[in-house]
Design a protein around this ligand. Structure first.
Ligand code: ADP
Ligand code: ZN
Ligand code: ZN
Length: 748
């Protein structure tokens, strides 16, 4: 008998240790059990079988303890590779979480149920089909009809044969000529048929010859990839600079030289159109991973990657764990997107950090692409820690739109804001003329969360915490202001400390109010409203966007989710209703988010032939997030922002850890937060700041009260080692009774 150390897969923090079990010598000698093997082990007093991963072979342990024996090896799950085990260990350190929760990110989705059928897909371009039939190379009318039909997307062989009235053998003939390919796939479930119908609207993304700027970037990036050493590069390109074409050509070259490539995009931009473009360029060599897939589809794509059947994957955040053997290139498109951060369950990781960690293990290149990179990423580029490339021109030569800032304070003083309190004279006039011209308009409204702020109606000031420089939140109960960062509270002021006015606005303008107002002004118009309410239904997001894209609606009113996604060539006016509400979010990244959003919104206007116009309404018209966005000037934004980050000791100058406490009993939850906080203060070193407990931005979710303790320190490692020290005294991660505790980090 040999001894092995295993980690339980279903463990919580309490059981996050290596347990020792016995195995038959022969199982190890024959290689049936290796490091990384998934095994079943009897666990606990009732000896229930649990899945575990073998972490150490030939473990030394106390001979006096009676050990149990492993009961079997998993037949379905392939063992973790060395690289994957390294990754899990690094993640466990980086995010202060159990190894088992990291392993869960790496295991394949549940095995598929259901049967497989044959699908047929076009392998040549649409132009090529036309050419073949025009020059007489394709004579058989059945062949022509099949190829024509497949221009609209992949079909089930049996369905198409029935529709055309031919035998299925015809498809084999076409496959031999390499006009089409036939693939086995699980029966596509009803809901995903939509993908096919969307790709019917597809116009082929034809390959572009790179322009000079793109070509320079390509040469530089390829020289990094070619070395097969770890490298990171920020690709800072204005909206429309043609980053996608660059990605495609780099991926193509990587694959041509025997490597694999991974393209990560924000969930929201992983549209059927986008995936269809990739399918068209790369054919069957692409796996797609996103949240709309069923378990069986996900499993199928995962296996295609694992078995080396494809060398390209495109997917959202969790696709960063795609099990490529020979990964040479990872691209994070729109690297600033918040959706790259996993918030729901441990490990609360950032896809960029995982990409970096994997690339280090594998000797791969990571490209961070964005028009508005995160301050942290840009800082690393300036610091020469990572490579930097910029694309300064739009590939299609369309000019960036003119941006005008409207001073709401001045408008109010001169009686300019209309009865609804929403539109300035200028914006209203532009809305009217744009509508008359048959053009489309997008209006951005930042709906505040559940919490409210006090905004002076006269001067636009918000009340800020003297200690954190964060806007404080208004609580009706007790008529008080609370800082959600440090927990400090003060009575709500009766007059504005800045201007002495006693008129405060305590509510926010929501998308619904704006949409209703537009309907009043333009009785015949169709308005699409997009926010978390209207898109929570299945495919809601896609349907609403399609409604707008088709031109059926003239106005699109929405929250941040309208800032990206599709290209609408007919949109020539973009309005931002109240820019201040975004700037005043109680988050140290509020300015960054605001700048990114304004820039992206501006990038929506005038993508077609008519130049676009953007109007930003604001009180704080001199705020650098607004002025920099209006000048399309990232540097202006960064110069201002970085000074504040340094002064207030926020990332990239520090690392922050948020410890969240959630429970049904408010006082009980606070009590535990306070106890953990107290322990930490006792153990704390001078260089660590401990703030809180404070109520979370959203103080109550699903009847659970939320409290936060915030730690600040010089870097991540310093914080995690402090947490390790603390956890020897109190089990921070252990779910204490009815209170759930979670940990997440910002900054390196
Ligand atoms: P980004 O992702 O940088 O915002 P896109 O990749 O969407 O930009 O490209 C913007 C537009 O420019 C697209 O319509 C694309 O087809 C086009 N484009 C890209 N590269 C070229 C090129 N070399 N020549 C002409 N047009 C190009
Ligand atoms: Zn005021
Ligand atoms: Zn504060």
């Amino acid at each position: 008998m040999k001894q092995v150390g295993v980690h339980l897969l279903q463990s919580n923090a309490t059981f996050d240790i290596e347990y020792t079990y016995l195995v038959e010598d022969t199982l190890v000698e024959s290689g049936e059990i290796v490091r990384g093997s998934f095994v079943n082990v009897p666990f606990g007093r009732r000896k229930q079988l649990q899945t575990a991963v073998v972490w150490t072979l030939g473990k030394e342990s106390d001979k006096n303890i009676k050990l149990k024996e492993i009961s079997g090896v998993s037949k379905v799950r392939p063992p973790l590779t060395d690289a994957e085990m390294q990754l899990a260990e690094k993640m466990s350190n980086l995010y202060f979480c159990p190894i088992s929760s990291c392993v869960k990110c790496l295991v394949p989705p549940d095995a598929p149920k259901g049967k497989q059928v044959n699908y047929v897909r076009l392998c040549i371009s649409h132009d090529m089909v036309d050419e073949l039939s025009a020059n007489g190379q394709l004579k058989n009318i059945v062949h022509i009809r099949i190829l024509e039909n497949l221009k609209e997307g992949r079909r089930r062989v049996s369905d198409l044969a029935k529709e055309i009235g031919c035998t299925t053998g015809v498809f084999n003939t076409l496959a031999k000529k390499e006009y089409v390919s036939i693939e086995k796939d699980f029966v596509v479930e009803k809901e995903h048929e939509t993908e096919l119908s969307y790709s019917k609207q597809l116009n082929i993304y034809s390959k572009h010859t790179l322009n000079d700027e793109q070509q320079k970037a390509y040469d530089y990036l390829w020289s990094l990839i070619e070395k097969r050493e770890f490298a990171e590069c920020l690709l800072h390109g204005v909206t429309g600079s043609g980053k996608t074409e660059l990605y495609m050509q780099l991926i193509s070259q990587t694959v041509a030289e025997g490597g694999s490539a991974l393209l990560l995009v924000p969930e929201i931009s992983l549209t059927p159109q986008m995936t269809a473009h990739f399918m068209n360029r790369f054919g069957n060599n692409v796996a797609v991973l996103h949240s709309r897939l069923s378990d069986s589809e996900r499993n199928m794509h995962w296996n295609k990657i694992k078995n080396g059947e494809v060398s390209i994957a495109i997917g959202a955040r969790s696709a960063v764990f795609a099990p490529f053997e020979n990964l040479r290139l990872i691209i994070l498109d729109e690297e600033h997107e918040a959706s790259y951060r996993s918030e729901d369950s441990a490990p609360r990781y950032h896809a960029a950090e995982i990409a970096e960690t994997i690339a280090k293990i594998k000797g791969a290149t990571v490209i961070y692409g964005s028009a508005t990179p995160r301050v942290e990423t840009y800082y690393r580029a300036i610091d020469k820690e990572i490579h930097y490339l910029s694309l300064k021109n739009r590939a299609n030569k369309a000019p960036l739109p003119a941006v005008e800032i409207i001073d709401l304070k001045e408008e109010r003083e001169t009686g300019g804001v209309d009865r609804s309190g929403i539109f300035s004279r200028k914006l209203k006039a532009e809305l009217v003329s744009n509508y008359k011209n048959g053009k489309q308009t997008m209006l951005f409204v930042h709906r505040r969360g559940y919490a409210k702020q006090m905004l002076c109606e006269k001067c636009g000031s918000t009340m800020k915490c003297g200690r954190c420089n964060m806007p404080m939140t208004y609580h009706e109960k007790g008529d008080r202001l609370i800082c959600h960062h440090c927990g400090r509270t003060t009575p709500a002021p009766k007059v504005c400390p800045a201007c002495g006015s006693s008129d405060f606005e305590r509510r926010g303008i929501g998308t619904q109010r704006v949409a209703e107002e537009i309907e009043k002004i333009f009785p015949g118009a169709k308005v699409v409203r997009m926010d978390t309410d209207t898109t929570s239904v299945k495919d809601g997001h896609e349907k609403l966007l399609t409604q707008f894209a088709s031109g059926e609606a003239q106005f699109l009113v929405g929250t941040q989710m309208i800032a990206k996604g599709h290209d609408f060539p007919n949109v020539t006016l973009v309005g931002i209703i109240a820019a201040d509400s975004l700037i005043n979010m109680p988050d140290y990244r509020a300015q960054e988010r605001a700048f990114q959003l304004f820039t992206q919104m501006a990038g929506r206007a005038g993508r077609g032939d008519t130049p676009g116009k953007v109007i930003i309404q604001a009180y704080s018209v001199d705020d650098y997030a607004i002025t920099a966005a209006s000048n399309h000037d990232y540097n202006e934004f960064y110069k201002n922002e970085i000074v504040i980050r340094e002064a207030l000791y926020y990332p990239p100058f520090s690392s922050i850890c948020f410890i969240r406490f959630m429970g049904e009993n408010d006082r009980g939850t606070y009590g535990i937060a306070n106890a953990v906080c107290g322990k930490m203060i006792k153990l704390k070193e001078d260089s660590i700041e401990i703030l809180g407990p404070a109520r979370a931005d959203i103080p109550k979710v699903n009847n659970k009260y939320r409290w936060i303790v915030t730690l600040k320190g010089c870097n991540r490692e310093f914080l995690t080692s402090f947490l390790r020290k603390v956890s020897q005294e109190v089990d921070i991660l252990k779910t204490t009774g009815k209170v759930a505790i979670s940990v997440s980090f910002h900054g390196r």
